[in-house]
Write a protein that binds this ligand. Structure first.
Ligand SMILES: NC(=O)c1ccc[n+]([C@@H]2O[C@H](COP(=O)([O-])OP(=O)(O)OC[C@H]3O[C@@H](n4cnc5c(N)ncnc54)[C@H](O)[C@@H]3O)[C@@H](O)[C@H]2O)c1
Length: 344
């Protein structure tokens, strides 16, 4: 258990039952679970059983997928909460992956100027990344253009949810796992290298260790820099190129796969800018895990697209570049230099 500055986080397998005592410690007037039909089909009964509330418990199901992370869905939930007479003392629980988490967090932060919120992340990506840190958002004429920072009261990270997760979604989350090793912890990176077979087989002990370490790293970064004015930017390693790739493939390539390629591109740029010399090691780990390391997209288009990144500074591209595995720095790099290095 991590008693963080912002949220109480419990991590383990089969810990779902603790949800009822977490809810009781908040003492909300009403509780609403926001989920989607896929997660609901697999897990809602178990969650309702664990919550064990007869009155004042509602469930709102939304459609499955990124395209539902929008203002129409947010409005639908706001309306339902008003109809059900939810107040500022009510609690919203996000039960799902990053889409449900981002959307429910946004709704919780805006309804009545903010009601109690908690996260029960059910994808690997949400357990190691999106469910932690308090970034909420919806898509509006672009990805995550509208959103808030809003911290959950508690986060329950139960790795048993991953039992029903499709392999593609599991891999999607693994890219973020590798990211943590590169940005913050060489020992963790080595652990991943030494346990590729176990990771692919979803070995429970290995999986719990991984999730726990990633959560710890995310919490330490977010607690030092909640609003991303400095340190938190390191979490964007691989994401600047990743976002361009996602956009150019019309979001057909999943986020983690694009980030995997993006980490390779950033690391290649780093070979000249920071003297990074462990590109082969990163490539091997990503490939061994089954993640992509290159793209057939036109390099110039990918690089051009990076200037539209939310984090771009005055037209230059801001890149998180590794110096070595376990240590990254933030750099402003001219697009022509990026292209020159990548073309080598
Ligand atoms: N807030 C943040 O800090 C942050 C960080 C990274 C990503 N994100 C956001 O996260 C979203 C992506 O999240 P995601 O990758 O979790 O995608 P997702 O929420 O779409 O989930 C992926 C798929 O898995 C299904 N699913 C979820 N849990 C399941 C389970 N236990 N068993 C079976 N199926 C399950 C979902 O229904 C969906 O079809 C994006 O919108 C992205 O912008 C936010």
């Amino acid at each position: 258990m991590i008693k963080g500055k912002f949220s109480k986080i419990t991590i383990g397998r089969g810990i779902l039952d603790q949800i009822s005592s977490e809810i009781r410690s908040i003492g909300p007037s009403k509780v609403c679970i926001i989920t989607n039909r896929i997660v609901s089909k697999n897990w809602l009964d178990k969650v309702l059983e664990a919550i064990h509330l007869n009155n004042g418990l509602e469930t709102i199901e939304i459609g499955d997928g990124e395209r539902y992370k929008n203002i129409t869905t947010a409005t639908y939930i706001w309306r339902r909460l008003l109809e059900k007479k939810f107040t500022r003392k009510s609690l919203l629980i996000a039960l799902g992956g990053g889409v449900v988490g981002d959307l429910a967090g946004f709704v919780a932060s805006t309804f009545m100027r903010g009601i109690y919120f908690s996260q029960v992340p059910t994808t690997l990506l949400a357990q190691v990344d999106s469910g932690i840190g308090g970034k909420t958002g919806i898509n509006f004429k672009g990805k995550n253009t509208i959103g808030t920072f809003y911290q959950p009261k508690f986060i329950l990270v139960d790795t048993q949810f991953l039992d029903t997760l499709p392999n593609l979604e599991y891999l999607n989350g693994l890219a973020e796992v590798v990211k943590y090793g590169v940005i913050r912890d060489v020992e963790f990176f080595k652990f991943l290298e030494n346990n590729v077979g176990e990771i692919k087989a979803k070995d429970q002990l290995v999986l719990q260790k991984i999730v726990k370490r990633c959560v710890e790293m995310k919490v330490s970064v977010v607690e030092a820099d909640e609003r991303e004015t400095g340190l938190r930017m390191i979490l964007n390693f691989g994401h600047t190129f990743g976002h361009s790739i996602e956009k150019l493939t019309n979001y057909r390539l999943r986020h983690g796969f694009a980030v995997s390629i993006g980490m390779m591109m950033a690391s290649k740029v780093a070979t000249e800018i920071t003297g990074f010399h462990q590109l082969d090691r990163l490539e091997s780990l990503l490939k061994n895990l089954g993640l992509p390391t290159s793209t057939k997209l036109d390099l110039e288009s990918v690089v051009k697209e990076t200037s539209k990144d939310k984090k771009a500074w005055y037209g230059k591209t801001v890149l998180v570049l590794p110096e070595r595995i376990g240590k990254v720095t933030i750099n402003e790099v001219e697009q022509k230099d990026i292209l020159r290095i990548l073309r080598k």
